[in-house]
Design a protein around this ligand. Structure first.
Ligand SMILES: Nc1ncnc2c1ncn2[C@@H]1O[C@H](COP(=O)(O)OP(=O)(O)O)[C@@H](O)[C@H]1O
Ligand SMILES: [Mg+2]
Length: 411
């Protein structure tokens, strides 16, 4: 495993070293493996040297010299999972997790050439006593291809800020605000953007005064409503409550995942809302892609429809008038700015099928990033290929870090 650590080769080649960070403790661990494996495959290897950095489901960080080579050592002890885009356990990313060497990013500014500290432990045992090796691993930028909790919510971004490492995507504030559906809506509303009516309730209030909470919801919204944990993703914990009978169980379900629960007016009423998505790319001057549309195979775009069921359809570009397309693009850019995003985001809309009224649903600061995911596909349709997109995101991450370097932190 030593050849990966500051080997002569890597120093003389003078390529930018990109740490691809993947996996993680969230429910979207498997999706992240697929996204990362796509990035390994597509990244321009003449220009960049990839340092794969995996985070196990338990939260241990590991690296390995050659993600592709490790494919041969497929882990045997994992439950097979079959996501629509492929089998995450068969990816090079999963192989790194199974065979890698312990590594951490220390939370302090690093010397050039020593961004990661490698440890002498067996990754499979993760012994508590870890001894740092005297060799450091260099990365010039980190690409966190991580979705959901501890990846897309500002926590990893905070660590990378402390380490003074450039990274791809939104910073601490944009990530955290984009993760919390309640705060996100407050920022959208403050920016004058169209959102659906909603009520936010606390788990504690629901537990102690359920009747009062139900009354509050019914005074503001009509059924059907959507009940969601404020902080999560991939539709986990989300239900559609068609009537009062379904409201209680829907809130109980969402309350398993967060102390804040968002209840929203269902768009479309009895019929399905149209789901329009738009990709945004840039820092201070973000640009929007052509919009696309998702037609879920299920009653709404739940976890099964997203990852397991073959019945959902992507329509690119979305069937919208020119005026509607422009409006979606403008709103997507405004949403990106409203939560202070950088790098990339996918902005999702709901459209009332009858009136064609468009509502902003949410922003995803690290959207699904396999080569067949909506975010890259929308850019491909707009003229930016997947490898170009990766390159552009790396440049934007470096640019943002440079921009931040202009700040002084004290007089
Ligand atoms: N207010 C709403 N009206 C109609 N459908 C909704 C509404 N909110 C959510 N949905 C459906 O639920 C899905 C998941 O909700 P979303 O807020 O996007 O959560 P997640 O962050 O988990 O993707 C949406 O893609 C859509 O199908
Ligand atoms: Mg969504």
């Amino acid at each position: 495993m030593q050849e990966l650590v500051c080997s002569r080769e890597s120093w003389t080649m003078d390529k930018l070293r990109v740490g691809i960070l993947f996996g993680g403790r969230s429910g979207e661990h498997e999706v992240s493996l697929l996204s990362a494996a796509s990035v390994f495959n597509a990244i321009n290897k003449n220009k960049y040297e990839v340092v794969p950095i995996g985070i196990t489901k338990q939260g241990h960080w590991v690296t390995a010299a050659d993600a592709e080579r490790l494919l041969k050592g497929k882990p045997a002890d994992h439950e097979p999972r079959h996501l629509r885009a492929g089998d995450p356990d068969a990816t090079s990313a999963a192989a790194v997790l199974a065979n890698g060497q312990s590594v951490v990013v220390p939370p302090e500014p690093q010397q050039p050439g020593s961004s990661l500290t490698a440890f002498q432990t067996d990754a499979s045992t993760h012994a508590l006593v870890r001894r740092a090796t005297d060799r450091a691993i260099n990365v010039d930028i980190i690409f966190p291809v991580l979705h959901g909790t501890f990846g897309e919510d500002g926590t990893i971004q905070g660590l990378l800020e402390l380490a003074d490492l450039p990274y791809v995507g939104a910073g601490v504030l944009g990530s955290a605000a984009g993760m919390d559906k309640d705060i996100m809506k407050a920022l959208f509303r403050a920016a004058g953007l169209p959102i659906v009516k909603h009520v936010t309730v606390l788990r504690g209030d629901w537990e102690t005064e359920p009747k009062k909470v139900q009354k509050l919801i019914e005074s503001k919204l009509r059924y059907p409503v959507f009940v969601k944990p404020a902080n999560l993703g991939s539709s986990v914990g989300i239900s559609k409550a068609h009537d009062r009978k379904e409201l209680g169980p829907a809130i109980d379900e969402a309350a398993k995942f967060d102390r804040k629960i968002v209840i929203e007016q269902g768009v479309g009423g009895k019929v399905k809302a149209r789901e329009i998505e738009c990709s945004v790319l840039g820092n201070d001057k973000p640009e929007a892609s052509l919009p696309g549309e998702i037609v879920p195979g299920q009653e709404f775009y739940d976890y099964n429809a997203k990852y397991l069921d073959e019945g959902s359809q992507l329509i690119i570009p979305a069937k919208l008038s020119n005026t509607e397309t422009k409006k979606v693009q403008q709103l997507a850019i405004a949403a990106f700015k409203a939560v202070d995003c950088s790098g990339l985001a996918r902005v999702d809309f709901l459209m009332e099928p009858k009136t064609r009224k468009i509502y902003l649903n949410e922003i995803n600061t690290m959207p699904g990033f396999t080569s067949i995911s909506m975010y890259p596909k929308l850019w491909a349709a707009t003229g930016v290929t997947y490898p170009e997109l990766i390159e552009r995101l790396i440049e934007l991450g470096l640019e943002r870090h440079q921009e931040k370097k202009k700040n002084q932190y004290s007089r």
